[in-house]
Design a protein around this ligand. Structure first.
Ligand SMILES: CCCCCCCC/C=C\CCCCCCCCCC(=O)SCCNC(=O)CCNC(=O)[C@H](O)C(C)(C)COP(=O)(O)OP(=O)(O)OC[C@H]1O[C@@H](n2cnc3c(N)ncnc32)[C@H](O)[C@@H]1OP(=O)(O)O
Ligand SMILES: Cc1cc2nc3c(=O)[nH]c(=O)nc-3n(C[C@H](O)[C@H](O)[C@H](O)COP(=O)(O)OP(=O)(O)OC[C@H]3O[C@@H](n4cnc5c(N)ncnc54)[C@H](O)[C@@H]3O)c2cc1C
Length: 664
């Protein structure tokens, strides 16, 4: 039934203005208009077709990715798209590719770590894509432990060059995206050695391939590391390996904004913190948080629309069955994910602000907020990507059997998204960075140093360590102060308990290792508090539009109370709330689900996703799921013929018992 909106009844139930919510979701009217225009541009361009991705071989997929990237670049130039528009174009093309690393890491690394002169030279080439770069940090033997990287860059004063070398197999670069088949250049992270002394990890620009015929330069071995999880999915990316056999580069290809090596080979450390060499990772982690809401909202959009279309049980005398979205169990699994998508959107906005702020401060030689920016980007990257990967898988299950079909859009989304839990820092390793930051902050309490920013609440330790929640009835859980106090008290008490347990160890580092699991939980509690508090802060802003604020309010408290329910053990064991108050929180949660229910489809419409972008039969805007499932099934290559290939060799002999006869 083409042309009929099967979800029209759902849309008519909405109690708020979807168009206004679209603006809030996008961040501004301008952002909405750009997104909307570019999404339509991509959807209407046949080169950006993606519905057949799973059926392509790796080589075909890769070649089609190259074609899409080249076409995108051509359109950017033809239409004179600015940086924002080009970014949206890449986003809606929705295919991982070398350009992500070129624009997302190679260019930012040069911007952040190159001198003005180096930026002028390399960025003018990179911006026109006359060279294509990647970010070559991770090695076969070391990813998380950046200080443990083995690649060497030894200065040779005789020739004024660095000699880049891979001393062992484990020192081979392994994983960098865009390296395998595309990049002409890389920012390579290596141990800087001069005058016989090892000065640790620094970045170097190294040319890898000829700009004439694309062949690897002498003494460089490079290739793709092989097929990754899932059909299509991240296999459009050429993650690569790379080995250097004493490759020489000019001295001025060391990125020298932070520290230098002189013509004589003298190492000149910078007067800024050495951690700035990790600056690109802070930038990318911030973009990954912003992206989490995209991936989660996409899965939630599919699962919500399908849950409204799908009916099971409840029919009497041949009547109509119940929409599965009306089951409280479905709501209890789906609505917290819907709320999380909105929560991650707003914390992503805030983190972008924090990143801009710290960047401006660094430019003015103010390094005070760098540790907090590192802790926030690391912790929120970890929290949001873990929740998003788990959430996409939950959405697949929420769609029952059909969710397992590739054409539901969910298996591919999961396979593309799940490495976000590992790349740009393993999620556990990153939470341990937050834990170290928290332990330092707790240790300084009472020293006169007042905690600020996201740890400001720790300055109210005297109150938060002994307070008891004042919640008496379910509605009290809609009070922002009550919610914040419970989350602050829980986070602080968990951090203080860890600090107390640490102090029992003579060797602090040994204690830290022993308490790793508790420390991660304390870090997660702190990060969840950040997300909840930024959602509440968002509600305090001037948000217009019919009924919009009410919906956001409901989602905010669903997010907070769902976390409270999920981590009840923490809240009870730290005596922040009583079992009775926990039960009231649950009552409130159920009531919020009832309020969200009539608005659910409209709340996912507010993401403004095109059917092209969703690429999901179950998540179609018109809800016309069943005929389209058949259409997709008929397209499968197995249905090209009625009798399958192999029938005569392998099926017929079995059916006709010729195999058995032959054996007898
Ligand atoms: C069409 C055109 C348009 C296209 C547009 C495209 C745009 C696309 C945009 C974006 C797309 C992005 C795409 C992303 C794709 C995926 C890319 C994935 C890439 C990667 O994975 S790159 C490799 C990443 N690797 C890691 O993350 C490694 C993880 N490990 C570490 O970060 C660190 O080693 C560590 C955090 C674990 C620290 O280890 P440790 O040994 O303990 O610490 P030290 O190194 O000794 O340092 C200790 C000291 O430093 C502080 N610190 C650590 N990190 C940072 C930091 N980043 N910033 C500031 N400070 C830091 C730490 O707290 C310690 O401080 P202290 O001494 O305690 O005070
Ligand atoms: C799809 C994808 C794309 C990537 N792209 C790039 C790229 O462009 N450039 C690049 O340089 N790299 C890239 N990487 C590499 C990526 O950054 C690393 O894989 C990541 O940093 C994790 O490091 P690892 O693989 O060494 O994991 P490991 O550190 O070996 O982790 C293995 C296990 O050990 C645990 N663990 C490790 N250390 C500790 C600790 N101290 N305490 C407790 N537990 C610990 C981890 O939690 C994990 O469970 C990419 C990876 C993937 C999957």
């Amino acid at each position: 039934m083409e042309g009929i909106d099967h979800l029209a009844d759902e849309r008519n139930k909405a109690e708020f203005d979807v168009e206004d919510m679209k603006i809030v979701w996008a961040g501004s009217r301008h952002a909405f208009e750009v997104s909307d225009r570019i999404a339509r541009l991509v959807a209407s361009d046949p080169v950006f077709e993606k519905s057949n991705r799973a059926r392509l071989s790796r080589k075909e997929l890769f070649k089609s990715t190259l074609r899409k990237c080249a076409h995108a670049f051509k359109r950017i130039i033809e239409l004179r798209l600015n940086e924002e528009e080009a970014g949206r174009l890449r986003h809606f093309i929705d295919q991982p590719a070398y350009v992500d690393l070129h624009w997302g890491m190679f260019v930012p690394a040069i911007k952040g770590q190159g001198t003005e002169e180096q930026q002028k030279k390399w960025l003018s080439l990179a911006n026109k894509m006359q060279i294509i770069g990647c970010y070559a940090q991770t090695e076969l033997g070391h990813g998380s432990n950046v200080q443990g990287l083995e690649t060497t860059a030894t200065f040779d004063p005789k020739t004024d060059e660095f000699v880049i070398h891979t001393p062992t197999q484990t020192a081979s670069k392994w994983w960098p995206g865009g390296l395998g088949k595309v990049s002409t250049h890389a920012v390579v992270y290596a141990r800087l050695i001069t005058n016989g002394k090892d000065y640790g990890i620094h970045g170097f620009i190294v040319q890898l391939r000829s700009l004439e015929d694309h062949s690897p330069l002498p003494n460089i071995t490079v290739g793709d590391i092989g097929t990754k999880m899932g059909n299509g999915a991240y296999n459009s990316m050429d993650n690569g390996f790379l080995m250097f056999d004493h490759v020489r580069i000019p001295r001025d290809q060391m990125l020298m904004r932070l520290s230098k090596v002189t013509r004589e080979g003298e190492y000149v450390p910078s007067d800024v913190p050495k951690q700035l060499v990790y600056g690109t990772m802070v930038y990318v982690r911030q973009t990954i948080v912003a992206d989490a809401s995209n991936a989660l909202s996409r899965a939630v959009c599919i699962a919500t629309r399908y849950s409204a279309v799908r009916r099971q049980f409840g029919a009497h005398n041949g009547g109509i069955e119940t929409q599965v979205i009306d089951y409280k169990t479905q709501q209890n699994r789906l609505f917290p994910l819907l709320a999380s998508a909105y929560a991650f959107r707003f914390v992503g906005e805030w983190l972008k602000w924090l990143y801009t702020d710290v960047t401006e401060r660094l430019a003015a030689s103010d390094f005070a907020t760098l540790p907090e920016a590192h802790a926030c980007t690391a912790g929120l990257k970890s929290l949001t990507t873990t929740a998003t990967a788990d959430g996409i898988e939950e959405c697949r299950k929420l769609c029952g059997g059909h969710g397992y079909l590739w054409c539901s859009g969910l298996p591919e989304l999961f396979a593309v998204y799940v490495p976000a839990c590992t790349y740009e820092g393993d999620n556990v390793v990153l939470q341990l960075q937050v834990a170290r930051f928290l332990m330092k902050t707790v240790a300084q309490l009472g020293s006169g140093k007042v905690p600020v920013g996201t740890t400001a609440y720790m300055g109210r330790a005297a109150h938060l360590l002994q307070c008891r929640s004042g919640v008496q009835k379910a509605e009290d859980w809609l009070n922002p102060d009550a919610v914040l106090e419970a989350f602050e008290a829980r986070a602080l008490r968990m951090a203080v308990t860890c600090a107390k347990n640490l102090s029992k160890f003579e060797n602090q580092e040994q204690g830290f290792q022993e308490l790793l699991a508790d420390l991660v939980e304390a870090a997660i509690a702190h990060c969840q508090l950040i997300v909840v508090s930024k959602f509440i802060a968002k509600l305090e802003q001037d948000i217009g539009g019919k009924g919009v604020k009410k919906q956001l309010n409901n989602l905010c408290y669903i997010y907070a109370l769902y976390l409270l329910h999920k981590h009840l053990g923490d809240f009870l064991s730290t005596n922040c709330i009583t079992p009775k108050q926990a039960s009231l929180a649950n009552d409130q949660l159920r009531s919020l689900y009832t309020q969200v229910r009539p608005n659910a489809v409209a709340l996912v419409d507010a993401f403004n996703y095109t059917d092209h972008y969703l690429n999901s039969v179950l998540g179609r805007y018109d809800g016309n799921v069943y005929p389209k499932l058949f259409e997709e099934a008929w397209k499968d290559p197995l249905n090209d013929s009625v009798v399958p290939d192999g029938y005569h060799e392998y099926l017929r002999p079995v059916l006709k018992q010729q195999l058995r006869t032959a054996r007898l």
